[in-house]
Design a binder for this molecule. Structure first.
Ligand SMILES: [Zn+2]
Ligand SMILES: [Zn+2]
Length: 328
């Protein structure tokens, strides 16, 4: 991953150019960088979690002008397929995205985006927190897709950015005990800081016993998987009570091995969730209004020049930072 000088992008009709102020490094970018998922096709510029200031507008752009502070919702949808028309553009059948597959994203000083992806970034929200809006929207969609009732015990497997933001989103939704599990002592510490009732290392403690202590002997009504590998997918089925709900948000391994009988004979609902819909605007408002504090998750804020090293270190596992934000 080299740092390269490239021409400043020109806005096409309906496009704006955003001068990127802050862009988050996402787990999906790191997996795209290693090539394990095939969701990034080089040569391209990654980066889809970002805020910035408009520097130029193309023909036909009427709602925005240079100088506007914006945050970009990076999913490009067709607006015409059945899913778009049903209010679920996140599963648009013609979906693409800024900084995904072949389309250049925001790990750069400037990026070209269609005007319809823009949201105003309120003046109270700093640029760096603007870069956390996209992952917060993902977490809020996971919470919105899980039938959490007031004071329900919720188990979250994985304390990466999405797992931890899901903890905050479940709190907003009225969860009772929230138990977070991860193998990294550092991530568990941040989970505690964010208010987890228990932060458990399943290699050292009996996670099942701790869940039953909080939720009762039948298990948890809601389990949210935020890793995306066989081990945690299996755990999600073991920890949920019969008739309970499992939400899968993790997206690391394309294929996993799973106990189908456990799902069938215990009538477990397994729900996949991807990206967000109305949650993007609500994530902006949640941060603006101080309903969630995302700052403990932003562990490094570094210049764009440090980006290639950060990606290498995250891919190798030598850097255990939850969210790194680059500031071009
Ligand atoms: Zn992301
Ligand atoms: Zn569509």
């Amino acid at each position: 991953m080299p740092l390269r000088d490239v021409p400043v992008p020109e806005p096409g009709p309906g496009d704006v150019i955003v001068n990127v102020k802050a862009v988050g490094v996402c787990g999906s970018d790191v997996h795209g960088f290693t090539g394990s998922t095939g969701r990034r096709i080089p040569p391209m510029v990654m980066g889809h979690e970002f805020s910035g200031m408009i520097s130029a507008v193309g023909e036909g752009v009427t709602g925005h002008k240079p100088g506007d502070r914006v945050v970009v919702q990076p999913i490009i949808t067709c607006g015409q397929c059945a899913n778009c028309l049903a209010g679920m553009p996140n599963i648009c059948t013609n979906r693409s995205g800024v900084g995904m597959m072949r389309r250049d994203g925001a790990n750069a000083e400037a990026v070209r985006v269609p005007e319809q992806l823009l949201y105003a970034l309120p003046p109270e929200v700093p640029w760096e927190q603007g870069a956390l809006i996209e992952p917060l929207a993902v977490a809020m969609h996971a919470a919105n897709s899980s039938p959490i009732r007031l004071m329900d015990t919720v188990v979250i497997l994985g304390a990466g950015t999405i797992g931890l933001l899901t903890l905050l989103a479940c709190r907003l939704k009225g969860a009772g005990s929230v138990i977070v599990s991860d193998l990294s002592p550092h991530r568990l510490e941040v989970a505690r800081q964010l208010g987890a009732d228990a932060a458990v290392n399943p290699a050292k403690e009996d996670l099942g016993e701790i869940v039953r202590k909080h939720a009762g002997p039948a298990g948890a009504p809601i389990v949210i998987e935020a890793v995306g590998i066989t081990a945690t997918a299996k755990q999600s089925l073991e920890l949920v009570k019969a008739g309970g709900h499992v939400t899968w948000i993790g997206n690391a391994a394309p294929t996993i091995e799973i106990g189908m009988q456990q799902i069938v004979t215990r009538e477990i609902t397994v729900r996949g969730v991807y990206a967000f819909n109305v949650e993007f605007g609500r994530a902006i408002e949640a941060i603006r209004a101080g309903r969630v504090d995302v700052t403990p998750i932003m562990e490094q804020i570094v210049p764009l020049e440090a980006g290639p090293q950060v990606y290498h270190d995250l891919a190798k596992g030598t850097l255990d930072a939850i969210k790194v934000v680059l500031t071009p």
